[in-house]
Design a protein around this ligand. Sequence first.
Ligand SMILES: Nc1nc2c(ncn2[C@@H]2O[C@H](COP(=O)(O)OP(=O)(O)OP(=O)(O)O)[C@@H](O)[C@H]2O)c(=O)[nH]1
Ligand SMILES: [Mg+2]
Length: 201
Amino acid sequence: MECCILMGKPNVGKTSFFLSFASYLGVSKCQLCFRGLDGELQRQSYGMDIAKKYFISNSPFKTKDICEIQLSIPIYKGTQELKLLDTGGLTDGIHNDPQVRKSMALTIKNIDNAKVLLHMIDASNVSTNQINSLSLIDDQLNKYGKLKGKYCILANKMDLNNSQEGLKHLMKKFPDTYIIPVSALKKMGFKEVKMFVGRNI
Ligand SMILES: Nc1nc2c(ncn2[C@@H]2O[C@H](COP(=O)(O)OP(=O)(O)OP(=O)(O)O)[C@@H](O)[C@H]2O)c(=O)[nH]1
Ligand SMILES: [Mg+2]
């Protein structure tokens, strides 16, 4: 089964989008598969609300494993099954925590195997100097994504005040990339993401 992967800096909202988008596509109870660095797969079932409570956090590096969910997405002649992958956040340079370094290595390995790449950026924080602000790793992901092809940017947190400014900045910085404004919190922009994934998977 083909994979679509969510990638980006920590705290940009990847897990929030992962769970909200799955519930938008009709998943009410999620069978999550966690794959650790040793490659071993663990399956667990959660109600969406419990999953949101356990796996979304305001502190960075909450997600360290690769988390999978199976989805069905409308395509031209019917529906297509795919795996959506949530990943640990990536940062610039070499992180001092070995667990975080392992998580980043796992993310990069999975990006390489995925067919569709969704690069999430926090539009409310592009010009600040926080863990989830736009930085060098975003340039690198953009370069890689464009080379690979089936790639777009999800500008998340569009429900926040300063995100419109952030979106303008992203459009200027990445003029030749398809950018979809979304809000994982308010389920905004999900139709466009569904169409993009459906076209490219
Ligand atoms: N206002 C707003 N907040 C959001 C949105 N999406 C996520 N957040 C908040 O951003 C914070 C980080 O969300 P996560 O989904 O855990 O982010 P992540 O990218 O998975 O982070 P890591 O697992 O650490 O890499 C949480 O406090 C979320 O509630 C959004 O669309 N709007
Ligand atoms: Mg996460």
